[in-house]
Design a protein around this ligand. Structure first.
Ligand SMILES: [Zn+2]
Length: 306
């Protein structure tokens, strides 16, 4: 059986920092995201790659309904800026027409970027936020939302159990060797080890071994976060580590699941796109040699449940 090359992108603009933004100018850096997304779409098209775009649907359908904001950002600086409309709109809004048109998968990254572990005490609001996200995707596309990727990788089983009746079929689980989850409880040592593992084999590679989760949904775990830095040498070491892992996946028929955010390329566009293009060129080579194939999470789910 041939392996799948899976890319999932957490597309969120300023929403991803809804608890961190403190000043209006903090929004400005997200002005670069539209250009980065456009260039990524063009590269994916060039290499015939289909990607899962996990969207914070607040970017396409902003509700001023307080209940939806109550979970984590009601009365926050971020929410007030949006309600007052006093920061540039394209730092927190987007169009996904091109993503849909090019045949990529649109998945939920919740409606307002809620934190399912950190804010679990507000489960009711988290669920209404996710329901709004699914409804938004179903309304704007001609398919049903079947995939969820949790903000900050806070994969919460109690939330997952509620999602099956809503039509959600699969989710991105955490890397099996060192979790990608970031919560209020994440230790500094975990973050350091995760960082070092981007460059050196601290842990074995987490191939995306698909399984049925206790929640009844299909778990399509992450393999690696694509980490772009300002240091050329680190980017090259990271690139070579990813290419070796991709080769091993292709040769052995494993799945390899890379993920990142479009905003990770801000101010690092040249090196970021160089690294991404090298990865896609390597994928093309593996496709010819070993039938390695590009799949969205939804396609992997369908293949698994055939
Ligand atoms: Zn996110």
């Amino acid at each position: 059986m041939c392996g799948n090359f899976i890319i999932s992108l957490d597309y969120e603009k300023a929403w991803g920092f809804n608890d961190l933004l403190q000043e209006k100018q903090d929004f400005d850096k997200f002005l670069a995201v539209d250009g980065i997304v456009k260039e990524k779409l063009s590269l994916f098209h060039e290499f015939n790659i289909k990607v899962t775009w996990a969207i914070v649907t607040g970017m396409i359908d902003i509700r001023t309904n307080n209940e939806l904001f109550e979970c984590n950002s009601n009365d926050s600086f971020f929410t007030n800026c949006l309600l007052l409309n006093n920061v540039p709109e394209n730092t927190y809004k987007c169009s996904i027409d091109e993503i849909v048109l090019k045949g990529h998968e649109v998945a939920s990254h919740t409606h307002t970027h809620v934190y399912c572990d950190d804010d679990f005490s507000q489960k009711k609001y988290i669920l209404s936020d996710i329901i709004k996200s699914i409804e938004t995707i179903n309304n704007i596309s001609n398919f049903n939302c079947s995939t969820i990727i949790f903000p900050r990788n806070q994969v919460n089983i109690e939330i997952l159990k509620e999602l099956k009746p809503l039509g959600v079929k699969c989710f991105r689980g955490n890397n099996s060797t060192i979790s990608d989850s970031v919560t209020d409880q994440t230790k500094k040592t975990t973050k350091v080890l995760r960082y070092l593992d981007s460059y050196f084999p601290i842990y074995p590679t987490s191939y995306s071994n698909v399984s049925i989760h206790d929640s009844g949904l299909i778990n399509i775990p992450a393999s690696r976060f694509l980490r772009i830095t300002d240091y050329k040498i680190l980017n090259i070491i990271h690139l070579n580590r990813i290419k070796r892992e991709m080769t091993n996946a292709a040769v052995n028929g494993y799945n390899y699941h890379l993920w990142w955010h479009p905003h990770n390329f801000i101010n690092k566009e040249i090196i970021g796109f160089y690294v991404l293009k090298e990865i896609l060129k390597h994928f093309e080579f593996l496709k010819v040699q070993y039938d390695f194939k590009s799949s969205t999470m939804e396609e992997v789910y369908r293949e698994y449940t055939l």
